[in-house]
Each structure stands twice: as C-alpha cells, then as structure tokens.
Design a protein around this ligand. Structure first.
Ligand SMILES: [Zn+2]
Length: 346
C-alpha cells in the first residue's frame, strides 16, 4: 500500500481514491479515546475507590470511615472534585463495616447517588444499626442487590460481580478457568461468620485491562474463586484484599491471578501485615506494589521503597491514581511525590 502511494507520488499524479480504499476499511482507532481513571483515596486503612469511565460515568466503591470531623467524607469529595464529577452514578458498598459503609449516609446527604449496589441483608446482629442507617440513606437513590455473575451496568466498563453474600461465580470468566496447581497446598482457616466473607467482589474489564477488588473477602472465600479452577484469570491491577490483613490475601488466589501491579489500601496501623505483604511481594510476575501508607508494625523489610508509598505517616492524605487504557496499558501515580510509572501494553 505504502509502495503504491509512493509510486503515485513519484509519478506526480494525484493519488487515486481507489488506492486509498483498502485503508478505509480498517476501523478507525480512536487515538484520543478517554481512559478509565481510578482514584485510590486514603481513608487510613478503610476503602474508598473512585472510578470515572471513558463515558463519563462514576462509581465509588466504599466510603471510608464516618466521623473524625468528616475526614474521609472530605477526602472523597476532594477526589470527586479532582475527577470533575459532581454526582455518583453508582455507590457500591462491599459490606457493612464502618471502614467501608460507615460514611455512606453522610455522602448521600452531600451528593446525588444514582444507584446503591450491595449484597442485601447484613449477617451481623451487632452491625444492625450501621446497616439500618445505610438502608435509610439508600432510599435517596435506586437500589441494586447483586449476586455473583451480575453486572453493575455502568457505561464504558464491564463490572462483573464475582462474589457476594458468601457466594461466588458459578463459571469461569472469559479466558479463565484453568486448573490452579496452588490449590493442592491450600490450608483453610476457621469459617468467618462476619460481613467480610459477604463482601461484594468485582472484576473490572476495560478492553484488555483487568482489575479486581474483593473488598474484605476472607481466606476460605478467596479460595473458592480459584479452586479447583481459576475462575478469575489474570489480573493487571490488584487492590489487595482486606487492606493487607493476614486473614485475607491467601497465596492460592494472589499468586494465581498473577497481578502485574498491586495497590495496598492499608493504614499506618491497620492492614499492611508482614505476612500478607510477603505473599503479594512473592507473586510471580508482580512488577510493583504500591502502598497507601507506610505500615508501622511491618518494619522496613515489609514495606516497599518510600517513593512507592503515598503517605509516610498519618499527617498527610495522598492518594494513588491509575489511568488505564483499552489496550491494557496503564499508569500509576503517587500523589505525594508525583512519581508516575507506566506499564506498557503486552
Ligand atoms: Zn475493611
């Protein structure tokens, strides 16, 4: 093709439109297609993650802690402002614990929320008050109760629910389903009767980019997603489950989904355990682990190098920001020092 055009140019003749026609059949690549933006907000060892899709829709997964003079509420609002969104199309609450759902009522009072996504009834009798306060706030929008296999119908990104209410996906995601050899060495822990095991877990797929967020799903339930077959497949970006608390982050899943990059949503003194950190660190194919906080109790040997940590102590509230592209490439930026690293498409 290039040769023909060159010949035509050498001959001084205008390029015939017929010559150009084969190229016009190639679908135009939208060179300027907007990326998927993800903001991991520092809520001191809770969770609050904001997604803004290329179609301009927004979803927040979890809300951080309530109180502390609206500390986490203000951080979520600041992230929304930075992202240029004034409403949330979706608020997904993974489970009813203070560090995830606790701020939902305050947030719902501040910004319009289109649809509340959750797993339904709480399983914790002593968490009844938190749940009922959340349910009252939920009335300000629509409600979507999800089960594994359901989708959160946000425009521009596929969000598939992989766990909810203690249940898990019935069949493998596209391209996944291979036997997982790590299952042979899996050692179960005691059954977890708490809300953690009920967590709504999701896989976000944007073209070739894949991310997973399992909330605080615990050890035995993590295993059900990858044994005997890995129903999830490979992941580009892994939000460490349960803030890096050692009741979660079983090697059987972490090392089977083979994340390229992990972000740990730990606080200075919550999560970020040496044990869970080591499992992520040792995961085959891991290029980098980024942390929202320096984990005090884990010591230097179980924290990443400082440039990859967003907050070195509790005096700051920097986030970690991801920009993901349909071709699978993405970048991670530490808002504290501006360090940005690109992960090329593969
Ligand atoms: Zn939590």
């Amino acid at each position: 093709m290039r040769y023909l055009v060159l010949l035509a140019l050498l001959a001084g003749a205008p390029t015939p439109s017929r010559v150009a026609s084969p190229e016009s059949r190639v679908p135009a690549q939208p060179a300027t297609e907007r990326p998927l933006e993800i903001y991991f907000i520092d809520v001191e060892g809770g969770q609050a993650t904001l997604f803004v899709t290329p179609a301009g829709q927004s979803m927040l997964i979890d809300t951080g802690f309530p109180g502390f003079q609206e500390r986490d509420l203000n951080r979520v609002l600041a992230a929304m402002k930075e992202a240029g969104v004034s409403r949330l199309d979706y608020l997904l609450v993974t489970h009813y614990h203070l560090d995830h759902a606790g701020n939902a009522p305050a947030l719902a009072a501040k910004v319009p929320i289109g649809t509340f996504v959750d797993h339904g009834e709480t399983v914790e009798a002593n968490g009844r008050q938190l749940y009922e306060t959340y349910v009252a706030a939920r009335k300000s929008g629509k409600h979507l109760e999800v089960k594994p296999g359901d989708k959160v119908p946000i425009a521009g990104v596929d969000v598939t629910v992989v766990s909810a209410s203690g249940n898990h996906l019935a069949r493998a995601m596209p391209g996944a389903g291979a036997p997982n050899p790590l299952c042979a060495s899996f050692k179960p822990k005691d059954t977890d009767p708490s809300e953690n095991a009920q967590s709504v877990g999701t896989v976000m797929t944007f073209g070739r980019f894949r991310m997973i967020d399992l909330g605080d799903l615990t050890w035995n339930k993590e295993q059900e997603l990858v044994c005997p077959n890995n129903l999830i497949g490979k992941i580009d970006l892994y939000l460490t489950t349960h803030h890096g608390v050692a009741q979660s982050g079983a090697p059987v899943i972490v090392q089977a989904i083979k994340p390229r990059v992990a972000v740990m949503n730990n606080g200075a003194r919550k999560g970020g355990s040496a044990e869970a950190w080591q499992v992520v660190h040792d995961s085959p194919g891991l290029e980098d682990l980024w942390q929202l906080h320096y984990a005090v109790d884990a010591g230097k040997d179980h924290n990443v190098a400082e440039p990859f940590i967003a907050n070195l102590d509790e005096s700051t509230a920097h986030g970690i920001r991801i920009t993901a592209h349909r071709d699978g490439s993405f970048s991670v930026q530490n808002e504290r020092n501006g360090l940005m690293k690109e992960y090329a498409k593969r």
